[in-house]
Design a protein. Structure first.
Length: 150
């Protein structure tokens, strides 16, 4: 049985009042439409990928879903008081304004965070800062602006 995913999306837009991301079921239906694999099998594969990703990330490893994203750990080392500037130093800030600091820079604790990075075909869709004016004229940008500005 083939589902019309365009119809599913239009029903969701009218019933929920806003365009929201695909649910797991709707994504499974789209994969079924493209490949012929049953939705329950697709959901099982998605659950298995999520479980493997959680296990790898829990071990402190990076994880890549090929063609979609790479999840990496970021580490920011600690800094002691005064590491960035000392009392009495002249520091040039935004706009070229020079300030003479009255105190040492504050200490910074170490930080560990997860950062997703787009890869593959999905990564190619990310607009570059140098071509933003051209990107804003595309169908994708107009859809994003319509959905987010709302």
């Amino acid at each position: 049985m083939a589902y019309n995913t365009t119809l599913l999306r239009s029903v969701r837009i009218t019933t929920k009042g806003a365009n929201v991301s695909l649910t797991k079921h709707e994504l499974a239906l789209e994969v079924q439409e493209m490949t012929g694999i049953k939705p329950n099998l697709v959901k099982s594969v998605m659950d298995a990928i999520a479980e493997v990703a959680a296990d790898e990330i829990a071990l402190g490893e990076d994880f890549t879903v090929p063609g979609i994203c790479r999840i990496t750990w970021r580490y920011r080392p600690p800094q002691v008081k005064g590491a960035r500037w000392k009392k009495g130093e002249e520091v040039v800030g935004f706009g070229g304004i020079a300030n003479i600091k009255e105190t040492d820079s504050p200490p910074v604790k170490a930080q560990v965070t997860l950062k997703p990075n787009l890869t593959g075909e999905v990564g190619k869709l990310r607009p570059k800062a140098t071509t933003m004016t051209d990107f804003m004229k595309t169908k994708t940008a107009k859809a994003v602006v319509k959905r987010k500005a709302g």
